[in-house]
Every structure is written in C-alpha cells, then in structure tokens.
Design a protein around this ligand. Structure first.
Ligand code: GAR
Length: 219
C-alpha cells in the first residue's frame, strides 16, 4: 500500500506563532510557556488559555499573565459531542497555529482533533507508547519500570497514540515506591517543562512535517 502523503505545517509568517494552551490543574507547564514567550526570539505568543474546570491554579497563572481564559465543563453540556463542539469553537475563535494541551485531563473529541489536526501538541508523563492515559506516572511505577519520563507528541484520534516529537528520560528510585509516585512526578515535570518549551518553540519557529508517523522539524 502506498504511504500517506507527508503533511506540512509551515511556520506562520510574519510574527510569532499563536498558541492556545489547555489546562486542568496546577499549570506549571503553562507557566513555563508563559515565561518562554516573554522572549521575542522564542517565536510564539500565548493568545488564550482554556480549561475544563474552574478554580485551578492554571487559570490563576493565566490571569496573572493577563491572558484571556475560557472554561467549558463537560457537565454543563447535554453530551460529550456538544462539549467537543463548544471547545472547538472557542479555540477556533483565536485562530491558533498550535494548540498545546498541558495537563489537560480530558480526551479531546473528534471535531476538535479534526479542526486542529497535526497542530495539537500534548505532553504526557511517561514514555509512550507505554503507560498512556490519566495515570502514566503511577502505572509505570506499579509495573516496576526502572526508567520512565515524558513524551511530547502530536494528538490524533486515539488516547496518547499520536506521532512522538520528543521524549525525556527519568530514573525511578526505590524510594519512589514509598510516596505513591509524587516525587517521581515532580522529577518528570522538571524534565517535561524544558522539553515542552523546547519543542513548542521549534515548531513555532521552524514548522514541521509529518510523514509515516515521524515528525520532522527542520534543523
Ligand atoms: C503533567 O505532568 C502532564 O504530563 C500531565 O499532567 C501534568 C500537568 O502538570 N498530563 C497527563 O497526565 C495527561 N494524561 P501541570 O498542571 O503542573 O502542568
């Protein structure tokens, strides 16, 4: 069977790439991006932050940075399809070049994934394809792995199955089994924030190409 044609996502010119970031929790990855975009050489700006719940530190961080925010809670909609439609419409209003899901703990719907195909960047706290889903850190720990880490990847219609862009490795210590993975997750997040900032900046400045599940960013 012939391979699918390569998809190209050129850098947006002129001016910084437009980022919409989606969060559900403490938002330390969002904060790392907020800090990075302060440098004009980074090549991107955050134009809005969305969430699936109120009262989270991630939204506070966005507010402090003076960024517009929006919240769509699944329970406020008739069904998941309506929620998907509303989230897609809110993000589309900002005409983003890239959507970054940084600790967004909901599976994106089909309409959203189709609308921003190839331009949704997710960060996951495990070395995919191992340990996808909402419990990447504790699932890896329970399995007994000796190294784990984080994966920055593009989102497709599956759960954490999209093309991988970059990964960072973190060693698991015996002590990690004592606290349910909290310290391990913090060590992963230290690596993850740097990796996410690096990848998003490169995508923004250079564009990317997806070919046969591989993501190529021009050097
Ligand atoms: C991050 O470790 C991210 O990988 C994880 O949530 C954390 C968010 O931290 N996401 C998932 O587990 C998604 N499956 P933050 O709110 O401090 O950025």
């Amino acid at each position: 069977m012939a391979a699918a044609p390569a998809q190209h996502f050129p850098p947006r010119t002129p001016g910084p790439a437009r980022l919409v970031v989606l969060v559900s929790g403490s938002g330390t990855n969002l904060q790392a991006l907020i800090d990075a975009v302060a440098d004009p050489a980074y090549g991107a700006g955050i134009i809005a932050v969305g969430a699936d719940r109120d009262g989270i530190a991630g939204l506070e961080r966005a507010g402090k940075a003076g960024l517009p925010t929006f919240v769509h809670r699944v329970k406020d909609f008739r069904d998941r399809a309506d929620w998907d439609r509303a989230l897609t419409a809110s993000v589309a209003e900002y005409q983003p070049d890239l959507v970054v899901t940084a600790g967004f703990m909901k599976i994106l719907g089909p309409e959203f994934v189709a609308a921003f195909a190839g331009r949704i960047v997710n960060t996951h706290p495990a070395l995919l394809p191992s340990f996808p889903g909402a419990h990447g850190v504790t699932d890896a720990l329970a399995y007994g792995v000796r190294v784990t880490g984080c994966t920055v990847h593009l989102v497709d219609s599956g759960v954490d199955t999209g093309p991988i862009i970059a990964q960072g490795v973190v060693e698991v210590t015996d002590a990690d089994h004592a606290d349910g993975g909290e310290a391990l997750h913090e060590r992963i997040k230290t690596v993850e924030r740097k990796l996410l900032v690096d990848v998003v900046g490169r995508l923004a400045r250079e564009g990317h190409r997806i070919e046969d599940r591989k993501v190529w960013i021009p050097a």
